[in-house]
Design a protein around this ligand. Structure first.
Ligand SMILES: Cc1ncc(COP(=O)(O)O)c(C=O)c1O
Length: 371
């Protein structure tokens, strides 16, 4: 590599480190569960990152990894296959280091997400078949002489699961003065699976007693892949909960680093999203609703065992992006996702500590949560 090329890489790395230096860590927000005495819930608010979601951490790791591996040079076009949040965050870092960015995504992606990527200086390349995003990204990167970042493969490789203020290390540091500094459960959903892999590895590496619970929405194969330990599973339709759920078992999904999983029907994810938005006083994304349902499964198991302790989950992104979809009543009805009854049942569950039969009959539990 020429001296000028090395200087460009050094400057790019400096800019990313300077950005991290300018940024504060994301908050850990307590949320009361009146019906579950002795069980404390905390939300790790990843929506407060400069690019608006938990993907800010992943995008930073992917750029540091690609720059340090010599895969990015001055003028390289960065290409990514993403349903949205990752592309918003990668566009942010591409602009920071002065590189063009192209996101390859399904044509069904919400206009708000496309606008958010373009606001960060990125370009969107839409495909009809959601399953074609991987091959099309690789093809486009080749055609442009650029680099395919490939979050689905690289997420678990690029993220430092031992330290460097990864999401898990940050949680334990922030829990230090709480009544239960070592959470009984950490709950997270999977898109690439990278966040769950980081949490699962860190918990084991740091020798914490915490158990890790993964969550899967409809139209996704992660739950069944976890139960059957079959990485060849696929499904037809793409997930309706943006950012999570996949039609194939992604390389960064590591079932052996997860202690339990919950399968959540979409109508319950969205009902929980609404319930949480009202209790927090601001909108959250659908995947955070999915997380809340699994939190109820963990809290219910702890209560049945007479166990006290803390549960931590992720507030993955803000709900502003979903005003014209998940927060629009007509859109919900049109999608067959009207959820008033489920919403009322979730409020009752949080306030009484009793899981309603309609939810107990709808979710699926696996691993340490399976009775
Ligand atoms: C809003 C949202 N929640 C959760 C996730 C899951 O994160 P991961 O890809 O680390 O599994 C994503 C991933 O894109 C996301 O966009």
């Amino acid at each position: 590599m020429s001296t000028a090329a090395r200087a460009w890489v050094r400057e790019a790395l400096r800019r990313i480190e300077a950005d991290a230096q300018r940024s504060a860590d994301t908050h850990l927000i307590p949320l009361r569960l009146p019906g579950f005495a002795g069980i404390d819930l905390y939300l790790k608010d990843e929506s407060s990152h400069p690019s608006g979601s938990l993907k800010h951490r992943l995008a930073r790791s992917l750029f540091l990894h690609a720059l340090s591996s010599g895969w990015l040079r001055e003028g390289s076009t960065v290409v990514e296959s993403s349903s949205g949040s990752t592309a918003v965050s990668e566009a942010y870092f591409a602009r920071l280091v002065g590189l063009p960015f192209v996101a390859v995504m399904p044509r069904t992606t919400s206009p708000q997400k496309i606008a958010a990527i373009e606001f960060q200086g990125g370009r969107c390349h839409l495909v009809d078949d959601p399953r074609a995003i991987y091959a099309e990204s690789a093809r486009l990167a080749g055609e442009l002489g650029g680099h395919y970042m490939d979050q689905f493969t690289m997420a678990e490789r690029a993220t430092d699961w031992r330290a460097n203020n990864n999401i898990a290390e940050s949680v334990y540091a922030q829990m230090r003065l709480e009544p239960h500094p070592c959470p009984a459960w950490i709950v997270a959903a999977a898109g690439t699976g990278g966040t769950l892999a980081t949490i699962g590895r860190y918990v084991r590496y740091a020798r914490h007693a915490t158990r890790v619970c993964g969550v899967d929405p409809e139209r996704s194969v992660f739950f069944d892949a976890y139960v059957q330990r079959d990485r060849g599973l696929t499904c037809e339709a793409g997930s309706r909960i943006e950012g999570i759920g996949r039609p194939r078992v992604e390389a960064s999904f590591l079932p052996d680093a997860i202690d339990a999983m919950v399968k959540v029907p979409d109508v319950w994810s969205l009902a929980a999203m609404h319930a949480l938005a009202d209790r927090l006083g601001r909108p959250v994304g659908g995947s955070t609703g999915t997380n809340l349902i699994a939190v109820l499964a963990c809290a219910s198991a702890m209560a049945s065992a007479g166990q006290r302790g803390a549960i931590v989950t992720l507030l993955c992104d803000g709900g502003e992006r979903y005003r014209q979809t998940c927060y629009d009543r007509d859109w919900l009805v049109t999608q067959g996702l009207a959820c008033d009854a489920e919403r009322a049942a979730i409020d009752a569950a949080i306030d009484s500590g009793r899981i309603p039969d309609m939810l107990a009959g709808a979710w699926r539990l696996a691993g340490d949560l399976k009775g």
